[in-house]
Design a protein around this ligand. Structure first.
Ligand code: GCU
Length: 583
């Protein structure tokens, strides 16, 4: 059961904060010796979380953070040390903290992500626990802080679990650690903990939303200002600390062609949070996807959170600008951030560059559909994804999973997730990456009952790679049982960059380019197709891809190599998108 005792703290980057990024002392602990004793029971005082020092020459302490090798935060441990490349287990992180602030000020530690399970200890006390490797969380640490000599210890364990989300088997690297930014966030006693500022569904000039305060906030007044619109509204928090607002304003709508963002400032008497928010509407009408009321074709690409031009998990603004810059160069107006919520920088740069986003939780392949704790875990990650990114104009689709095998229990599990997503956020579209049913070799159909719960159908197919040769798509037609838009969420082929041969020689750039050419010819004929996100922008690490000299633990379906070199298929797709953009 995910014992999440953490909370959601909206947009730490827009607040008074102190980055805790940098070198943290680290102890690699493959037997979890810092957490359990020789009878496999949790330590009470001997645990590494105490950060004990010997009090006399005879005192026995068998660990020492300050004499242990450091790890960089943010950053997965796998790419920082050769001996940790395949490591799956526990690593303990430790760093010192500033002094307790004066008066009634409060302190939160905010984590962009910790993969997969984290326990946060402050001065030896357990402050919070979190399960889920790709969503942000915060713990309040005020009551454990002292005047001086504060420290935080974090136990991160990335061992895969059959009851986990994702489960044991994934086609991506299980990068462990404090993989994203960590921040010390100070607030007044009563502060702005969350907010939502969006266009009302179906409207193009009415902004609605709410602000949630935390602490002694009874009857507290807050102000929301959007200076470029000449808007300043105030409202009073109710007994739950929440205040609602709505107003009309002649907003310039956000779109890929005009990614207009507005400075938004939310204030109380002694707290301020700043954000940059775009306003747009997305909906479907029959088989069409409408952005601001106009039909749009989503010229997309799938992206893993694989660091560009270096090993490891992407985490920085520079990484986001590189990856999304390549997507723009490809001619995209859309990206599928697979298969899990990406770091906050990706969403903010997508807002800025004008790229619509498909965001997804890692309900991937063979999840334990009958396990109620697994469903709770998936719901928790869905809630955390939506809570974090609900103000990002770029996010147009929430996806509840990828390529999950048909069954009654899977239908119930994912139907629950779709309903929960829609209840939390009716302003965006709900989807999932489904699979095709082959009626005959030339007739493919999408008949997944999960489609009844979705606004948009996603479908993964590998005609030309896992099924047949590059010309396999020729003459194939598609049917659907539902009057809903289709996004072909995956197709593609592996190619080692620089490996050349004829179009029938697997692993060559020519083979991959030929698959794209035959795929595009087929896709263009699908009458209910409204977008594609080919698999995938860049090569990415996978433990399932060992072929020496070709894969070497890389999935080679990228249009760009791990060294940033474009393959022939990049230009095939770019030419198609140039043609689509002119339509
Ligand atoms: C699947 C899956 C991806 C995987 C890809 C592949 O469709 O969704 O996660 O990487 O196929 O086989 O390369």
């Amino acid at each position: 059961m995910p014992n999440n005792t953490t909370l959601h703290l909206q947009n730490p980057y827009g607040r008074q904060n102190l980055s805790l990024n940098g070198e943290w002392s680290a102890i690699v602990d493959p037997y979890d010796n810092g957490y359990i004793d020789y009878r496999y029971q949790p330590h009470t005082v001997e645990g590494y979380f105490a950060n004990r020092k010997p009090t006399s020459p005879s005192d026995r302490v068998e660990y020492d953070f300050d004499r242990s090798e450091a790890l960089q935060v943010p950053g997965d441990w796998n790419s920082q040390r050769r001996e940790l490349f395949f490591y799956e287990g526990t690593v303990w992180y430790k760093r010192d903290l500033p002094s307790k602030p004066s008066g009634d000020r409060r302190v939160f530690l905010w984590f962009g992500a910790a993969n997969y399970e984290a326990k946060i200890y402050v001065n030896g006390f357990l402050a919070g626990e979190h399960t889920g490797g790709f969503t942000s969380f915060a713990v309040e640490v005020t009551k454990w802080l002292r005047e001086a000599e504060n420290f935080v210890v974090v136990r991160v364990n990335n061992q895969r679990r059959s009851d986990g989300v994702p489960t044991l088997n994934t086609d991506w690297w299980n990068y462990g650690g404090l993989t994203r930014d960590v921040q010390w966030v100070e607030t007044p006693g009563a502060f702005i903990v969350d907010y939502s500022v969006q266009l009302e569904k179906g409207q193009l000039d009415k902004i609605t939303g709410w602000v949630k305060l935390d602490g002694p906030t009874k009857e507290m007044v807050f102000t929301l200002a959007i200076p470029e619109l000449g808007v300043t509204v105030t409202a009073t928090a109710d007994e739950t600390g929440t205040g609602h607002f709505e107003f009309y304003a002649p907003v310039e709508l956000w779109s890929p062609e005009n990614p207009r963002l507005y400075g938004v400032r939310i204030m109380t008497a002694d707290d301020t949070v700043e954000d940059r928010i775009g306003f747009r509407n997305v909906q479907t009408r029959g088989c069409d996807i409408l952005l601001n009321g106009q039909p749009v074709f989503l010229r997309g690409i799938s992206i893993h959170e694989q660091a560009p031009l270096r090993e490891g998990r992407a985490h920085s603004e520079a990484d986001a600008r590189q990856l999304l810059g390549w997507a723009k160069e490809l001619g995209c107006n859309f990206v599928r951030l697979a298969h899990y919520p990406h770091n906050s920088h990706m969403l903010r740069i997508a807002d800025e560059l004008g790229l619509m986003v498909w965001a997804e939780i890692p309900v991937y392949w063979t999840i334990e559909w009958d396990n109620p704790e697994t469903l709770e875990n998936a719901k928790q990650q869905l809630v955390e994804m939506i809570e974090r990114d609900k103000n990002r104009a770029s996010v147009v689709i929430w996806s509840v999973g990828n390529e999950t095998p048909l069954s009654e229990s899977r239908l119930h599990f994912m139907g629950e997730l779709a309903k929960a997503a829609r209840k939390m956020d009716s302003s965006r579209l709900i989807s999932a990456a489904l699979e095709r049913q082959e009626i005959d070799p030339h007739t493919q159909m999408i008949v997944d009952p999960l489609g009844l719960h979705l606004d948009v159908l996603g479908c993964n197919e590998y005609l030309g790679w896992y099924d047949g040769l590059p010309d396999r798509p020729d003459g194939v037609t598609w049917q659907t049982a539902l009057d809903k838009p289709l996004i072909m969420t995956e197709f593609g082929a592996d190619a080692l960059q620089g490996n050349h041969g004829d179009a029938l020689t697997r692993w060559t750039e020519e083979y991959q380019a030929s698959v794209y050419e035959h795929q595009i010819a087929m896709l263009e004929k699908i009458p209910f197709l409204r977008g594609i996100t080919p698999w995938i922008l860049t090569d990415f690490r996978s433990p399932r891809r060992p072929l020496p000299g070709i894969q070497d633990y890389w999935n080679r379906k990228g249009l760009i190599s791990e060294r940033g070199e474009k393959k022939q298929a990049f230009y095939v797709l770019q030419k198609f998108y140039e043609r689509m953009a002119r339509r």
